[in-house]
Design a protein around this ligand. Sequence first.
Ligand SMILES: Cc1ncc(COP(=O)(O)O)c(C=O)c1O
Length: 318
Amino acid sequence: MADSDLWAYLNGKLVRGDDAVVPLTDRGVQWGDAVYDSIRTYGGKPFQVPFRIDRFFRSLQYTRINPGISKEELAKATEEVIDANLPLLGPDEELSINYYVSRGSMQMTDGRTPAGTVAIFCRLVGFAAFAEFYVRGGAAITPATRRTPPECVSPKAKISNKMNHFVADMEAKAYNPDAFAVMLDLEGNITEGTGSNFMFVSGGRIKVPDTRLVLSGADMDFIGELSSDMQIGSDEGTYTPYDVYNAEEAFLTTNSFGILPITSMNGLPIGDGKVGPVTRRLTEAWSDKVGIDFVEQALKHLDPELRETLQAERAESV
Ligand SMILES: Cc1ncc(COP(=O)(O)O)c(C=O)c1O
């Protein structure tokens, strides 16, 4: 199954992937003048839909785009797209469901402008790209490119123009093709990954970088829920790489991989350089809540030799 075969919603209609096209004059195409959001399924069930729809509407409000569709209508269209696509999935495949609304014109009514394109389109979750890091941990690099400050464009909004992130990501990957960029703000404080939130564990407590500087991640919010259930304390603050270098553990969160351990920053191992107990407990609690061992599921997308090696390493580490 190719992504282009999956069903999409485009301006009120369900269409097959390849027919879901937008004109070159769409303002999102030319200028990235659009907002988006993403949801993933676990075992075919979409995760945190109300949180993501609420955030999507906050992004639309901030960018002054009137989507011409209500939250309830968007939720219903989401269900229709998922129902159309689930029968097309193979074993251990999951959907990434993406919202996209571009601005139609700069003509304002009551301070807002009309939508151009309103779309929901799907991809398969690309497990093979990150499965290994669940077991071995990923490497973080803080690139020279800094995160756009809230005084310019609010990082809380999910805006389609991600050039700030992409340039940072390529800088990190030029050093290490497997690395995840973790961006600093203009003062050198830790903000977030280029498509994920970053958190670390210090003194047994989860440290959350200043939420003024980052996307209000749905998966980060879920960590808050899990950690309070598990009675793990957390603090929001202003942190620099110094704090991460001296931390016990670190991890990223996002819709595609959920939670992913980070075991080094800028070439320095974090803690003992292995996936730590807090990250492991959070991953297990997450799996319990969504009813699927998503690490094992991801490993199934690797070639058999690597999969077996990683399964053995995982079994040894618990
Ligand atoms: C910049 C950025 N930060 C954080 C996230 C994580 O957000 P969520 O957990 O809601 O998927 C994303 C996800 O796309 C992102 O692009």
